[in-house]
Design a protein around this ligand. Sequence first.
Ligand SMILES: [Zn+2]
Length: 249
Amino acid sequence: MATFKTPAVVLKTQDLNESDKLVCLFSEKLGKITAVAKGAKKSKSKFLSVTLPFCYCNYVVFRGKNLYNLVEAEVIDSFQVFLNDLNTLTYASYLCELIDISMISEESNRELFKEFITTFYFMKINAVSIELLMRNFEVKLLKLTGFGLNLEHCAICKKKIKSSNYINVEYSGGICNSCSKFGSLKISNASYNSLRFLTKVTTDKIYRLSLSDDILKELYEILSEFICHNYSRKPKSLEFLKNFNDSFI
Ligand SMILES: [Zn+2]
């Protein structure tokens, strides 16, 4: 019997039948996996608390014929504090959805796992603006899944560029003054430079960056284009928050 022990976070769950749950985990060692949590729906189950969304545990799983089965789990941080605030809850769900749409099952990505956990802890301690944290995670996600942005050189002619007002999703980078802007997105210099900073800085240093709401909004729109273009589907988690804010502010 192949048994594995790995730290992982619950991305989402689904009822399998009256008593069992299917748990989608993002794990450090096995990547994204789906495991059956037997009896997890019963009120006295040992799996009840370790199969809640966002829960970060050391899980022991064994590989069955088609799916993994949960054997035991030890909580590292439940992150249930995210449920106290609608904004935080929505953004935490968004992070989980980004992992879900960008990862293929059973492909480990330890660097991305580390970024994901670091971002969760930053959200928990409220150390930096949550919008900045999200934009930073999107940039890191693109890079760590093979779609990193090239903002140092023109994506078409490879000439070195200082800044640009055009960025191209297809070419994954900035476009210089001399090349064709056809099919490229317009971007302000301030946003371009902020994006470049995010491609270079490690997450523990992002508190050094302070961005205006306008820049954060522009970066959100541009990074969304990259995410929709490169991954299996468009994330839906933030749509609710956007509609909510539009109608209440
Ligand atoms: Zn060029």
